[in-house]
Design a protein around this ligand. Structure first.
Ligand code: HEC
Length: 174
């Protein structure tokens, strides 16, 4: 009996630790875009999303990972457009730096941004493709919301209209 109680306690505390550390601090998860009210919290667990594509911006010297939740990943893998309701696509950007012990190689340095697009017909009925946009910028170790709004996101992503407003295409791993 004692053993069972002990075991349950161990399991319970392991679970609560897990929940506690599921996402960065509350300060981060509460960050909210001023215009459309999208929160950082909305993409909780994005570390487990799958890689859809990788990009490199030569002008910004930034390497980018594009990740998708299950819905987005499945659709993009099969190139089934438009993406289904509830799809989330996340982009993470890191400044690149030279590898210390092998100079010609570049590696990811400081993380500079986490941004996402979420397909939600109820919250974004008037946005092209029903996509909502959010960007969180990391500067000197601290995240802040992108205060300039999302009009520029919408306009530029219009260039990718034929691909459901996404520039990314599934990047094969084979
Ligand atoms: C001037 C054009 C431009 C603007 C403005 C822009 N984007 Fe993008 N976005 C791109 C391009 C090009 C890519 C693909 C290349 C890359 O990863 O940088 C991209 C990729 C993305 C992706 C990955 C999915 C995809 O379309 O490939 C997300 C998510 C994203 N942008 C979010 C945003 C958000 C949020 C904003 C506004 C805060 C924004 N973008 C503003 C051009 C733009």
């Amino acid at each position: 009996m004692f053993f069972i109680i002990f075991l349950s306690l161990v399991l319970f505390s392991a679970c609560s630790i897990n929940i506690k550390h599921k996402f960065p601090s509350k300060e981060i998860s509460d960050l909210t875009m001023p215009g459309n009210k999208l929160k950082f919290k909305e993409i909780e667990g994005y570390e487990n999303y799958k890689i859809i594509a990788t990009h490199f911006r030569t002008d910004k010297q930034e390497i980018r990972y594009i990740l998708g939740n299950k819905k987005a990943y499945r659709a993009l893998k099969k190139n089934k457009l438009p993406l289904p309701e509830g799809s989330i696509v996340v982009k993470i950007g890191w400044k690149v730096k030279k590898m210390k012990n092998f100079n010609p190689a570049l590696e990811a340095g400081t993380l500079q941004r986490v941004e996402y697009m979420i397909k939600d017909i109820h919250r974004f009925p008037d946005n092209p493709g029903n996509w909502g946009y959010a960007r969180f910028v990391k500067n000197k170790g601290k995240y802040t919301v992108w205060a300039k709004g999302t009009q520029s996101c919408i306009s530029c992503h219009n260039l990718a209209k034929q691909n459901d407003f996404l520039f990314s295409k599934y990047q094969s791993l084979h």
